[in-house]
Design a protein around this ligand. Structure first.
Ligand code: SAM
Length: 410
């Protein structure tokens, strides 16, 4: 498929069915947050936790769709970085209209909306400190060239948050797409949707999509179902393929989220197997984890332009301030007093991290202001360093804790 034809078909798809479906009126009730592009994640995984909130910060949301990342980031910048600004770019005017209405509902004045393709971007006054590209590269006729173009818009030391589809977790999607190409060759997406729903109803229980309980399908709204099964361009990546995509753009992969999903130790109990896995490089270990669990539907990656991984990612240090995400310190501390473990599930896989119950008092003190040195001093717990490392490792693995360093004096 020629690139222009592919792009036109992708644009037509999102003009007909902006995705994900969002109602601007809901902005009154909640802010949708997530990964990538939560400001605390950007700070932790791209800027070593040392982003200076007093300085200008320019972000591009490339393929901004109905606005999730652009709205979240603009809201975070409005609250924390007075000189922060978001440029939104998308091919689909219908999607842009939703994103724009959401920004208006929030009275955000720090977003500019642009119409066009990220593969031939309009003059947006690059360079940017940060670019979000979530769920877009895998829909480009040439994802490698698309990512190289975006990398060219970044300043040295800047970075990106990327999401691409995961190959193994999407087991079942591609045979269903092929079946629908055979059953519904017509261009009208609404008619194809009707065929898709009937086909899913009829397909036997052995159908791989039906056998993949972690991919929703029949109950999806039209936009979600079309995005899953009727997309004109759609590919998925294994970890090594995603790493190669990033590498060929001259970017450095700094993190895959949630980190614990990419650790073989999350899935292995046998000590010998764990020892073998521990010999692998980070990327090899991530690839092994993907092959072991088989349920990674997407890969959320942070990347840096020019900063090595160990400097781009914030490290445990006395002056680092822990920040809890989606977790209340008092509730977590109360839970740890009852049960000294941190528990979660990864799409059906239970994960449990034992922690020292004595750390409950330290956890209760996490307030996004105290640094680790202050937590140690005020908690007064024996074995604080080992205990805190275990708590941090568990929570960070689940993407529930991040670090921020005080900005250097300007
Ligand atoms: C699956 S949606 C994701 C939207 C948004 N990033 C999110 O995560 O909610 C993909 C979006 O990418 C846009 N898109 C696809 N190809 C594009 C291109 N070449 N340039 C700009 N936007 C593009 C589509 O119009 C669509 O809105």
């Amino acid at each position: 498929m020629a690139d222009q034809d592919g792009k036109d078909r992708v644009r037509a798809h999102y003009e007909a069915l902006p995705y994900p479906t969002r109602d601007p009126a809901d902005e009154r009730n909640r802010l949708i947050t997530g990964s990538p592009s939560h400001l605390d994640e950007i700070n932790h995984y791209v800027f070593g936790g040392r982003l200076d909130f007093g300085k200008p910060f320019r972000a591009l949301v490339a393929g901004g769709g109905t606005g999730d990342a652009a709205i979240m980031l603009a809201q975070h910048l409005a609250e924390h970085i007075p000189l922060g600004h978001v440029d939104y770019l998308d091919l689909s005017l219908a999607s842009q209209a939703v994103a724009r209405a959401r920004a208006e509902a929030r009275r955000l004045t720090n977003i500019a909306f642009h119409h066009g393709s990220l593969t031939e971007p309009p003059d947006l006054g690059a360079p940017f400190d940060y670019i979000d590209c979530c769920g877009v590269l895998h829909h480009l006729p040439d994802p490698e060239a698309g990512l190289r173009t975006l990398a060219g818009l970044l300043r040295p030391g800047g970075g990106m948050g990327i999401m691409v589809y995961g190959a193994l977790g999407r087991t079942g999607v591609y045979p269903a797409q092929a079946a629908l190409r055979a059953l519904a060759p017509e261009p009208d997406v609404r008619r194809r949707l009707s065929v898709a729903r009937r086909m899913l109803g009829d397909a036997p229980e052995t159908n791989w999509l039906k056998r993949n309980p972690f991919l929703s399908s029949l109950n999806d709204d039209d936009s979600a179902l079309a995005d899953l099964l009727l997309h004109p361009i759609d590919r998925a990546y294994t970890v090594p393929e995603a790493a190669a995509l990033i590498d060929q753009a001259g970017l450095t992969l700094t993190a895959l989220l949630a980190p614990a999903r990419y650790e073989p130790a999350t899935y292995l109990k046998d000590k010998d197997l764990m020892k073998r896995a521990a010999k692998l490089s980070w990327i090899e270990a991530c690839a092994l984890a993907e092959n072991l669990c088989g349920n990674l539907k997407i890969h959320i990656a942070y990347v840096s332009k020019g900063t090595p991984r160990d400097a781009a990612v914030a490290q445990l240090h006395d002056d680092a301030v822990p920040i809890l995400l989606r977790t209340d310190a008092a509730a977590l501390a109360a839970h740890l007093r009852q049960r000294p473990e941190i528990k979660s599930t990864f799409d059906g896989i239970p994960v449990i991290y034992p922690v020292d119950p004595a750390m409950a008092g330290a956890v209760a003190l996490i307030d996004g202001v105290r640094n680790i040195g202050e937590l140690r001093e005020q908690a007064g717990v024996d074995g604080f360093d080992r205990g805190f490392r275990a708590v941090y490792r568990a929570l960070n693995g689940l993407n529930l804790i991040l670090l921020r360093h005080p900005a250097p004096p300007s």
